[in-house]
Write a protein that binds this ligand. Structure first.
Ligand code: BDR
Ligand code: CA
Length: 320
């Protein structure tokens, strides 16, 4: 029996690669894809997801979700992923269209008709927060909720915050408090040695079949930005790493569990994931200040990965 995945995404370049990985996994059935406003407009995200499904030769229902964060304005990342989210290479529009049904209904129905499914979140958490608002008991239907989001050691969109959590901190706050069995894949895990470097990119590009070269081409804008920023050639593939972990949790060599709170108000630290790494909230004296956070449950966070295994997994999942 294949595992059932439900994927929520703001489909830009690294989301697209992650979608292809899941669609091509032999032991996974992607039951549905829901899209959310984030890197690109929500409809563009749906069109990009449909494009990837066509490329992979599969038919998966794609549902359009929230067109903006719960309380914050949109802030697309065209500068990083291109105006179409896929590097502006003029990929032809997909032949199929998104479903009429909205993503929130689809998330709820998919979860209740596939108990034990794996939910993979690759964008801001707006859709998931809205679905939980309508059916809080959704949490018991989901066996794993793998989320790409947050940062322990500095963000990518502000010094404090990672983009997915920053864009909709209110949604992240709701989801992290919901009781879902979360596996948080933070930005930290796709940096350092985990960056897909020039050598890895060359390997991806030379894979037979369309998927390796698609991964490299659709990431062209992100690669330019990274080169401008760091001076080095490489890609930090946050969503593909989260998907690789959803497909094979043994890529994570160390997990730890902590209270996590999201900053929803401050403009300076909006979207920061405040992680109680030293278990300070346990102290009687501090409990008052952290009463809110203690009210939730601890979140499982990936702390280290097997880098070699991650890169092998990426190459393998894009190989014919
Ligand atoms: C996240 O933001 C987007 O640019 C990526 O798709 C990923 O989901 C990384 O901060
Ligand atoms: Ca994303």
């Amino acid at each position: 029996m294949p595992r059932v995945f439900l994927i929520d995404t703001d489909t830009a370049s690294d989301d697209a690669i992650a979608l292809a990985m899941a669609m091509r996994a032999a032991d996974v059935r992607v039951a549905a894809i829901s899209t959310v406003a984030g890197n690109v407009e929500v409809r563009q995200a749906a069109n990009n997801a449909l494009y990837v499904a066509e490329l992979c030769g599969v038919s998966i229902p794609v549902y359009v979700g929230a067109a903006q964060p719960l309380r914050r304005p949109n802030a697309y990342a065209h500068w990083f992923h291109g105006s179409d989210g896929l590097g502006d290479h003029g990929y032809r529009p997909s032949k199929s269209s998104p479903e009429q049904k909205g993503a929130i209904d689809a998330i709820i129905e998919t979860a209740f008709s596939n108990p034990g499914l794996t939910l993979v979140c690759l964008g801001p958490l707006t859709n998931i927060a809205l679905a939980l608002g309508r059916r809080p008991e959704l949490t018991s239907q989901v066996s794993r909720c793998v989320i790409m989001g947050g940062a322990l050691n500095g963000g990518n969109v502000t010094p404090a915050a990672e983009y997915n959590i920053w864009l909709d901190p209110d949604a992240a706050h709701i989801v992290l408090r919901s009781g879902l069995r979360i596996e948080l894949v933070t930005l930290d895990l796709c940096l350092g040695d985990a960056i897909v470097n020039a050598h890895d990119i060359a390997q991806l590009n030379s894979l037979p079949g369309p998927f390796g070269s698609f991964a490299v081409t659709c990431s062209s804008r992100a690669r330019e930005v990274q080169r401008e920023r760091s001076g080095a050639d490489g890609l930090s593939l946050a969503d593909p790493l989260a998907m690789a972990i959803a497909l094979d949790p043994s890529l994570v060599t160390r997990w730890s569990e902590h209270y996590v709170e999201v900053e929803t108000e401050s403009e300076l630290t909006r979207g920061e994931t405040v992680v109680d790494r030293r278990d300070i909230a346990r102290s009687e004296h501090i409990r008052q200040a952290w009463a809110q956070a203690i009210g939730g449950s601890k979140t499982k966070i990936g702390r280290t990965i097997d880098v070699k295994k991650w890169k092998q997994a990426l190459l393998r999942s894009l190989s014919p």
